[in-house]
Design a protein around this ligand. Structure first.
Ligand SMILES: Cc1ncc(C[n+]2csc(CCOP(=O)(O)OP(=O)(O)O)c2C)c(N)n1
Ligand SMILES: [Mg+2]
Length: 328
């Protein structure tokens, strides 16, 4: 990798962290209504995997998807506007944190249904292959998502029908309060399970963005060339509560996230490995913090989503027409 692209991976992680910590402040100051699922500590998975895609490649995401959206190139202003319920948001401000999407940059969207994005990505990947394009689709999913039946069905179909899909499973050790060790066993077990579908399945530690990127590049190149699906389990940690709605969770020691960041912070690790001096890192962080502050100011200029639009855009126009014809 060139020094620039290594630096870009680092900057993407800083951008994700900065956006999410700023939005947390907006939530606690009462400006952001509704909750969100922070991906703090998981930035290397988003940056490392998405960083080796081409612009036309496709990504589907989860309920914890701000990082995936940023890494695939979505504008921070559009993201923040959606989070704040403002019209310039990607769902017109009507969807909120779990409804980010931007087809123009190949970000097919987050999904509030756990593992719901996986068949969606598989279908998009399969269709584009049938149309003669050499796209790859990546679907992020959690360890909880890996326990959903739809993932097993999709892996089976993807393998059967030659689908250029990479499932990137972020094993952050928890599905809300359920430890993944209890569902699957030690980290690496989810990849071992996926290998049973007859596809390449790998494990990588997610505190090293360069290692994630190296493995993902190799796997995505292979998926693109062969048209065969693959699976990567990326071990990360969920540093925050499941969402901002459960600050008083009791199922884990509260300081676990903080102590994890002290030893495994992917951003600090990248600063050490690039390497960057403290002064260089501070300059980059300040510049990106400025960009995010500007994005928030720009988003705040948007109008609130009006109540009269609440039911528009829910169904396709064709469906709505049919409904009107039938008098629904
Ligand atoms: C089909 C479905 N079942 C249950 C839920 C409620 N739910 C939301 S997030 C979550 C845990 C998901 O865990 P995981 O896939 O590991 O993702 P993480 O939150 O750890 O990023 C659950 C059970 C849901 N949104 N969709
Ligand atoms: Mg999880």
């Amino acid at each position: 990798m060139t020094p620039t692209s290594r630096l870009e991976l680092y900057e993407t992680m800083v951008r994700i962290r900065e956006l999410e910590t700023s939005v947390e402040s907006l939530h606690y100051s009462g400006r952001m209504h509704g909750s969100f699922h922070s991906s703090m500590g998981q930035e290397a998975a988003a940056a490392g995997v998405t960083g080796c895609l081409r612009p036309a490649d496709l990504v589907t995401s989860t309920h914890r998807g701000h990082g995936h959206a940023i890494a695939k190139g979505m504008s921070p202003t559009t993201i923040v506007a959606e989070l704040l319920g403002l019209q310039p948001g990607s769902s017109g401000g009507k969807g909120g944190s779990m409804h980010l999407h931007d087809i123009a940059c190949g970000f097919l969207g987050e999904n509030a249904i756990v593992a719901g994005g996986v068949p969606w990505a598989a279908g998009a990947a399969w269709a584009s292959r049938r149309l003669g394009k050499d796209l790859v689709a990546v679907s992020f999913v959690g360890d909880g998502g890996a326990a959903q039946g739809v993932l097993a069905e999709t892996l089976r179909m993807a393998r059967t029908f030659g689908t250029p899909l990479l499932v990137a499973c972020e094993n952050n050790h928890l599905a809300h309060s359920m430890p993944s060790e209890r569902t699957f066993g030690e980290p690496g077990s989810i990849a071992a399970w996926a290998a049973g579908f007859g596809m390449r399945a790998e494990y990588v530690a997610g505190d090293d963005v360069f290692a994630v990127h190296r493995l993902a590049t190799e796997m995505i190149d292979e998926v693109r060339a062969s048209g065969r699906a693959a699976f990567v389990e990326i071990e990360v940690w969920r540093v925050r509560a499941h969402s901002l709605n459960d600050p008083d969770y009791r199922y884990l020691p509260k300081d676990l996230g903080k102590s994890y960041l002290q030893t495994h912070d992917p951003i600090a690790n990248a600063e050490r490995d690039l390497p960057l001096t403290d002064a260089e890192a501070a300059t980059i962080r300040e510049r990106i913090a400025g960009e995010i502050a500007e994005a928030i100011d720009a988003a705040l200029e948007g109008q609130a989503a009006p109540a009269r639009l609440a039911t528009t855009g829910v169904y396709s126009e064709a469906f709505e027409q049919e409904g009107r014809r039938r008098g629904w």
